[in-house]
Design a protein around this ligand. Structure first.
Ligand code: URP
Ligand code: ZN
Ligand code: ZN
Length: 462
């Protein structure tokens, strides 16, 4: 099917101009003013922005945690993402202990196939790496899983020690993989948590108080040092605090290949939310924890100055009733994570672009272009140019709505942003040329999302 989008304002990470876009066979095939081609479908985008579809490189759909799973699966989660203007995700597959990476990949593909409504790739979480597993990392790269996550937190479950980190980093230096690091000092946190519970302090707020910013900063520095030792780039996930950011700034000032993301929750929510009464603070138990509000301005500065290159969601939803309440008597039993896959573009446009914290080009860069570049999807994804996938969002800059669990599409019984009024709306969303959101209504198909074999990280950004 051919599609012509007329007269929209095309906004990419570095351009902003009015033109028509012609789409054939899932791709953008022409861009220009007054394009003379006949199309089967014509969309009038006058007065609207056209941006590349959002790329969210940090999600946890259908993620097992003890006896439960995150509440969105690949169908509900990717459909909600589409409503939010995101057309590609990279989800975290997990090599659980005793499992080979190939099996983890197969298991996660099975979760996604026939369900995903948008395109998707995977990172691989490594939880153990004996020498005879090292080749698994090469195999993953060959199959388009070109990034690996390591945890410095959650001892006994996901955490790996420094020698394993170094081993994985050295392998990545050899095969071109990108290491994504969950940087929190797991052993120290564990000790503080045990002491705190022994003192009878069990409310959700203690989740934040037992994971102070110093434990994040220490781990960020250690990750940077280990990466330097292995001579490999490192990507720090979900940076939450000024203390941690400062370590990243210092390393980048010395030209270290350190990249980092933050997430909307750290820009718009704070530790105060964990104090909400009636156990409602549990809705905001995620890791690293929400910080004191003053950190938010520092993170915005970090984005503005390119110390933080990406904003992803770390979407990891658990229902308040039936899941979060597993920790009603003990904060350490509250499943960690929060929902947000649907809200990222809207929040960052309204409270970033319209509040003049970032330019509209920076907005496109942090939500789409840079994630696509850093994670080997560019220029197929993350831009609007001839031959790129026709993953497009027609964005109404004036339409407002109020975020609420009553109207959102994520399969979770609360919103972390309940009542936030936002201006700017993903009016029409196209995935490879097919309209999947039409004037705010779902018109896509479950299972149309395709696994994307990613290229290796290349140093195309600083
Ligand atoms: O609390 C969070 N962020 N849960 C998801 C797992 C992780 O560490 O990213
Ligand atoms: Zn993490
Ligand atoms: Zn995560």
């Amino acid at each position: 099917m051919s599609v012509m989008i007329r007269n929209g304002r095309i906004v990419t990470a570095d351009e902003n101009y009015i033109a028509d876009i012609f789409i054939e066979q899932e791709k953008v095939t022409a861009i220009g003013v007054g394009l003379p081609y006949k199309a089967e479908k014509i969309i009038d985008a006058a007065g609207k922005y056209i941006i590349p579809g959002g790329v969210d490189v940090h999600t946890h759909l259908d993620m097992p945690l003890g006896n439960i799973s995150s509440s969105d699966d690949f169908e509900t989660g990717t459909r909600a993402a589409a409503f939010g203007g995101t057309t590609t995700i990279i989800d975290y597959a997990t090599q659980l202990k005793g499992m080979r990476m190939q099996d983890a990949f197969a298991a996660w593909r099975k979760k996604a196939e026939g369900k995903a409504c948008i395109d998707y790739g995977f990172h691989m979480i490594i939880t153990e790496l004996p020498d005879d597993y090292l080749n698994d990392m090469d195999e993953m790269i060959d199959q388009g899983i070109t990034s690996f996550k390591l945890f410095m937190a959650y001892p006994g479950v996901l955490m790996v020690d420094d020698s394993t980190i170094l081993k994985a980093m050295k392998k990545a230096a050899e095969n071109g993989g990108l290491i994504c690091m969950h940087a929190e000092d797991g052993n120290k946190i564990e000790a503080i948590v045990r002491k705190t519970i022994a003192e009878g302090k069990t409310l959700p707020i203690y989740h934040a108080l037992t994971r102070p910013p110093t434990t994040e900063a220490e781990a960020v520095q250690r990750a940077i040092d280990l990466a330097e030792e292995a001579n490999v780039p490192v990507y720090i996930v979900h940076v939450s605090s000024q203390d941690a950011l400062q370590k990243i700034i210092e390393a980048r000032d010395k030209k270290a290949k350190v990249f980092a993301e933050t997430c909307p929750q750290y820009l718009f929510l704070s530790i105060d939310d964990l104090e909400k009464p009636d156990f409602e603070g549990a809705k905001y138990v995620l890791t690293p924890p929400l910080r004191e509000r003053w950190n938010q301005d520092k993170l915005w500065d970090g984005i503005k100055n390119n110390h933080l290159q990406i904003v992803s969601t770390d979407h990891c939803p658990f229902n308040f009733h039936g899941q979060k309440d597993l920790g009603i008597n003990d904060f350490s039993e509250i499943p960690n994570g929060g929902p947000g896959i649907e809200n990222r573009l809207h929040l960052l446009f309204d409270r970033g672009v319209l509040k003049e914290r970032i330019t509209i080009n920076q907005w496109v860069a942090i939500i789409s272009t840079t994630p696509a570049k850093l994670f080997g999807l560019f220029p197929k994804k993350g831009t609007i140019e001839v031959d790129s996938d026709a993953d497009l969002v027609i964005w109404d800059p004036n339409k407002t709505h109020t975020i609420s669990a009553r109207t959102h599409h994520m399969r979770v019984d609360y919103s972390m942003y309940e009542g936030f009024k936002v201006q700017g709306f993903a009016e029409i969303v196209l995935l490879r040329g097919e309209v999947i959101i039409n004037r705010g209504e779902w018109s896509g198909r479950s299972g149309r999302g395709r696994f994307i074999k990613r290229n290796k990280y290349t140093e195309i950004i600083e």
